[in-house]
Design a protein around this ligand. Structure first.
Ligand SMILES: [Zn+2]
Ligand SMILES: [Zn+2]
Length: 438
């Protein structure tokens, strides 16, 4: 399973190599120090490739090793064709809500609820004419460096075409997403499944098609060009089909890619914005305005607060960000800060769903004073969580269309193991927060 993937790109200021996490929204160039905005990292279906570790020149060595291991006669290398094989990759969170009774209490027991969650990171072949067997590029690597799947990054190696369409892959995911969920501790009466924060990409994995002569026999080998191992031997017909497929696409790259790096500065006053890799909204350090990515550029988001001037000056106060949605004629609040698990986020979202805060524009002189936690959850991600809460807690659902959304900073004070807000005394456990408190 790939745990983290790093993407290589070029700095728009100095063209140095910038490496950042696949899901990052911001980064900093280690050569020129520029703060950079990652545009398009959350859009659907970006194309990546993994650069080969075993090149064409290293192939003879790998083939000798494989031959010795399998007890073959010393092989003679006839030809080596490097190419890229496409996999669909889907990541996200599976959430299963369960209503039922504790085992042994089936007759008189009261209903209980349970939330099961699982981080999902799945890969499936996207090319069908050649089977990579059970092989999935993620099983051996803890972390892999990804590059955008462009002709330039691919060198001379061709891309095998994507033959399975996206809809078909999405249908496969419907079940696969909920495979290997933890077992519920309840006897189930009712269950609901949700797919949250899904991202899809295509990952081109480098393979080598190797033709060898072993004694009097010809063998066609499919080699993994990262680990150098033999995936399987293939037949002549399979090879012919593969060569046709590669020929077809040789000069083409798999499609334009929308991932871009842009200098990170306030569009209003050119002030600095924090290059935090996980923030979905950044406050300008000079004018205090809040900015987020929208349609490939920075857009301002309305930012309000539920604080007072004395609270802004009080260093023991910490402001937590919430997304505020209009639902018919009332508002609902969804946490915008990151917590350690989706289950905790669900619990917090259910608790704050109808909390009312006195949200007002932040007075200018206080904008730069407030200590707040980063916005780790984008508004659409918060909508998905609100949907789960509405469908499992009998809360009314908000109207998705035509509703405006603002960010509201709500003051909290540290009390024991919790952060407590002064309005209703609702609390957030400090240990659950992903950010360190100032
Ligand atoms: Zn740079
Ligand atoms: Zn500014």
């Amino acid at each position: 399973m790939i745990r983290s993937c790093y993407v290589s790109h070029h700095c728009p200021q100095c063209s140095g190599e910038v490496v950042f996490d696949q899901g990052a929204t911001g980064t900093r160039c280690r050569y020129c120090g520029a703060g950079l905005l990652v545009l398009g990292s959350r859009s659907m279906w970006l194309n990546f490739l993994i650069k080969p570790v075993v090149g064409v020149r290293d192939t003879a060595h790998e083939v000798t090793r494989i031959a010795m291991k399998n007890g073959w006669k010393p092989p003679l290398l006839r030809s080596v064709i490097p190419f890229y094989f496409p996999f669909y990759r889907t990541t996200g969170h599976a959430i299963k809500w369960i209503k039922g009774v504790k085992p042994g209490l089936e007759i008189h027991g009261d209903a209980s609820e349970e939330i099961l969650t699982r981080h999902v990171d799945l890969m499936r072949p996207a090319h069908m004419d050649l089977s990579p067997g059970l092989f999935s590029p993620g099983y051996r690597a803890q972390s892999l460096n990804l590059a955008l799947a462009t002709r330039e990054n691919a060198g001379k190696a061709p891309f095998a075409p994507i033959q399975k369409d996206r809809e078909e892959h999405s249908r496969d995911m419907e079940e696969a997403f909920f495979d290997s969920m933890p077992e519920p501790g309840l006897k189930v009466w009712e269950e609901r499944c949700f797919r949250l924060w899904e991202t899809n990409s295509v990952l081109f994995f480098p393979l080598l098609l190797v033709e060898i002569r072993e004694g009097r026999q010809m063998r066609l080998l499919l080699l993994d060009a990262v680990g150098g191992s033999l995936i399987r031997q293939i037949g002549h017909e399979e090879m012919e089909t593969l060569l046709d497929n590669l020929e077809l696409r040789e000069s083409r790259s798999p499609g334009e890619t929308r991932l871009k790096l842009a200098p990170l500065m306030c569009p209003e006053c050119a002030g600095d914005l924090d290059p935090d890799p996980s923030a979905h909204l950044r406050f300008c350090k000079a004018c205090g305005r809040g900015w987020e990515e929208g349609a490939g550029r920075l857009r301002e988001r309305e930012c309000l607060w539920a604080g007072t001037r004395p609270q802004a000056r009080d260093t023991s106060m910490i402001f937590l960000p919430f997304w505020r949605r209009h639902a018919d004629d009332r508002e609902l609040y969804i946490p915008a800060f990151s917590v350690r698990s989706p289950r905790l986020l669900y619990n917090l979202a259910a608790r704050y769903y109808h909390a009312q805060f006195p949200a007002e524009p932040i007075p200018y002189e206080n904008r730069l004073r407030i200590q707040s936690l980063p916005v780790g959850l984008p508004p659409d991600g918060a909508d998905e969580m609100a949907d789960v809460v509405a469908k499992t807690n009998a809360r009314e659902q908000f109207q998705k269309k035509g509703t405006s959304q603002s960010l509201v900073l709500v003051p909290f004070r540290k009390k024991g193991p919790d952060l407590v807000e002064p309005f209703k005394g609702l609390a957030v456990p400090i240990s659950s927060l992903e950010a360190d408190l100032p």
